[in-house]
Design a protein around this ligand. Structure first.
Ligand SMILES: *Cc1c(COP(=O)(O)O)cnc(C)c1O
Length: 399
């Protein structure tokens, strides 16, 4: 049989990926990690999930989600047709309360929220300014919008100001500055307060992606709101906040929070909100219970204690920690092969960590992405560090 040009193209690309040690495969899980999961038939303590508060497997969340399913398995239409239920509205109100914003709007995922918001706000003739390490969904949203894309070195305020000046000099149109609040692969936090000042100076609009900030950090008044609140930024200083419900909330979906006018505008103009089926009501019900538990239980404090414990014990062992105070604790090993062999050795010892390689991170910065959760015990953290020390030694010996 003649191999079609499509098959030839696919096979060539796949072979290249394999040769570069960049080929990726699924792992099959029986249940969500709590934090132990059966992965490909083996019990593993998981340090790769974004379920920072352990809410994905909380019995009250699961019960609320089961009851929510009685409203119907699916929303049956988009939110603006007949797919918007009371439970969606209640979840939006809860998000507005937690984030200290006037209103919130639900999206199918964080990816869709970022693409939808950027495209609704800017287009040809406008500027979108982005940190070099921004999440793919912000970058893609900017590209699709047709706005001129200006990027700056990671969290570099001088480089950011240069780009804002450039954009301002060219016209008096719209400038959107989009940044991750907490960087997903490094765990460091953006300098949001000085960024908000620069936005004021150049009349740029600040959009903060709270995928890894929502639920785990905040201010005294809004302890679960995220990194913008932690930096002391209110609705005026950080007018566009995107948060996901698939990370600390342990579920799925996302939201944008802001002024009543922003939410009304996005309801009318965000294409990824309008042209897609509404969030299943059960998901909304599970999320609402998770957000209540986030407010009621001392989960953030427990997570912080685990982060401190991990960093202290890892430092005692001389592990190369990065400058992260969040639940994301990367170990940069540089070379893809080394990352893969260490993560495989860890898996053999019963621990699952993320092996993160390009193009998810820049070339030469392949890393283990260790994520901590309030659900981890100190014993599990000690076990990981022991296994890690052994795995790093064997990988060293093999090189
Ligand atoms: C995970 C993530 C997203 C995407 O959210 P999903 O709901 O998973 O689509 C967006 N931004 C950042 C920084 C993320 O880490």
């Amino acid at each position: 049989m003649v191999v079609s040009s499509l098959q030839h193209f696919l096979n060539t690309c796949l072979a290249e990926r394999r040769a570069q040690q960049l080929y990726r495969q699924h792992k099959l899980l029986d249940t969500a990690p709590a934090p132990v999961a059966v992965v490909d038939g083996r019990e593993l303590v998981t340090f790769s999930s974004n379920d920072y508060l352990g809410l994905a497997t909380h019995p009250e969340v699961i019960a609320a989600q089961q009851r929510g399913a009685e409203l119907g398995a699916g929303a049956t239409a988009s939110h603006l047709v007949n797919g918007h239920f009371h439970i969606h509205q209640q979840l939006q109100d809860k998000i507005a309360e937690i984030t200290g914003r006037e209103a919130a709007l639900l999206f199918g995922s964080g990816y869709m929220a970022n693409v939808g918001v950027i495209n609704a706000l800017v287009g040809r003739g406008d500027f979108v300014v982005q940190d070099k390490l921004n999440h793919a969904s912000l970058i893609d949203g900017g590209r699709i919008s047709g706005a001129q894309y200006l990027r700056f070195a990671h969290s570099d305020l001088t480089a950011l100001e240069t780009q804002l000046q450039r954009a301002r000099k060219k016209n008096d149109g719209k400038i959107l500055l989009a940044v991750d609040g907490v960087y997903s692969m490094d765990g460091d936090i953006a300098p949001l307060a000085p960024m908000a000042e620069l936005c004021q100076k150049y009349d740029a609009w600040l959009m903060v992606d709270e995928a890894h900030g929502f639920g785990v950090m905040g201010s005294d008044a809004f302890p679960c709101a995220g990194s913008a609140a932690a930096a002391g930024l209110d609705q005026e200083a950080a007018p566009i906040v995107m948060g996901t419900l698939g990370k600390a909330a342990g579920n799925g979906g996302a939201f944008v929070a802001g002024s009543r006018a922003l939410i009304d505008y996005l309801t009318q103009f965000a294409r990824t909100y309008i042209y897609t089926t509404g969030m299943p009501p059960a998901v909304a019900a599970g999320c609402r219970r998770a957000l209540e538990l986030m407010q009621e239980l001392p989960l953030r404090q427990r997570l912080q204690q685990r982060i401190d414990y991990f960093r202290q014990r890892a430092a005692e062992r001389g592990l190369p920690l990065e400058n992260s105070t969040s639940a994301i604790q990367p170990l940069l090993l540089g070379c893809e092969k080394r990352v893969l062999s260490v993560s495989e050795l860890l898996q053999q010892s019963g621990y699952l960590v993320g092996a993160i390689r390009p193009p998810t991170v820049p070339a030469g910065t392949a890393r283990l992405r260790i994520t901590l959760s309030a659900a981890h015990s100190e014993t599990q953290i000690d076990g990981l560090l022991n296994a890690l020390a052994t795995a790093l030694e064997s990988a060293e010996a093999a090189v």
